[in-house]
Design a protein. Structure first.
Length: 225
């Protein structure tokens, strides 16, 4: 497997297979949303687009980064979303990095969205793929937690599973982890960092694809839960 690790801004062409990484917190939150029964997640282009979708579909659940805001039902926090019953619901998600990265490669043949929570299933889905681009969304491609997760998945997709400890340690020592633990970021639950570092919590990965004019994320793999 030929692999490359790029920031969103370094994408010059649409890859055939893209794995968009956002560990803290978009695609950990998304995995937990599916674990709580969500049917699908619509990735919104902007906050206004998310609110417009919510306005047209009041029963959908809209979530965003940061503090709670009028019109939104939830924030981008795995610790908070894990206590929400989302059975059969559609979630609208808009975040600073993860959803932006997924939308940037939406023309790819396969777009997987991943974090440590779904790392094993993501690696399985990549086996046999000759060429994979990992989109490291945080900090303009320099986010240590995202790069560590991407490298771990790449190693696991091409051979025996490596020791996860060094990769998880890099993520635990990242700027994002420190900001979450220190309360610098808004909309944080005290368990967010721990949940973002929980390896293989779910036995599915998540694939984004066009659907009714929207970019929709759905579980892709063996099972939810």
């Amino acid at each position: 497997m030929e692999t490359r690790f790029l920031a969103i801004g370094e994408l010059t062409a649409t890859p055939s297979v893209a794995v968009v990484i956002d560990v803290m917190r978009a695609f950990t939150t998304a995995a937990w949303a599916f674990g709580q029964g969500a049917e699908r997640i619509v990735l919104a282009e902007s906050l206004d687009a998310a609110l417009e979708l919510k306005g047209r579909h009041p029963h959908w659940v809209a979530l965003k980064d940061g503090a709670p805001a009028p019109g939104f039902d939830a924030v981008n926090s795995p610790g908070r979303i894990r206590g929400t019953d989302l059975a059969g619901r559609t979630v609208v998600q808009k975040t600073t990095a993860g959803t932006v990265g997924a939308l940037a490669v939406r023309g790819a043949e396969l777009v997987l969205c991943a974090s440590f929570a779904v790392a094993g299933a993501t690696a399985r889905a990549l086996r046999g793929r000759p060429d994979v681009t990992f989109v490291v969304t945080g900090e303009e491609g320099r986010a240590e937690e995202d790069l560590a997760c991407a490298q771990y998945i790449a190693q696991r997709a091409t051979g025996p599973a490596p020791d996860p400890a060094p990769y998880l340690r890099r993520a635990a020592d990242s700027t994002a982890a420190a900001e979450l633990a220190g309360g610098i970021r808004e909309g944080v639950h005290e368990d967010d960092v721990r949940l973002c570092l929980e390896l293989d919590r779910f036995d599915f990965t998540m694939a984004a694809a066009p659907e009714d004019g929207l970019t929709v994320l759905r579980p892709y793999g063996e099972r939810v839960g």
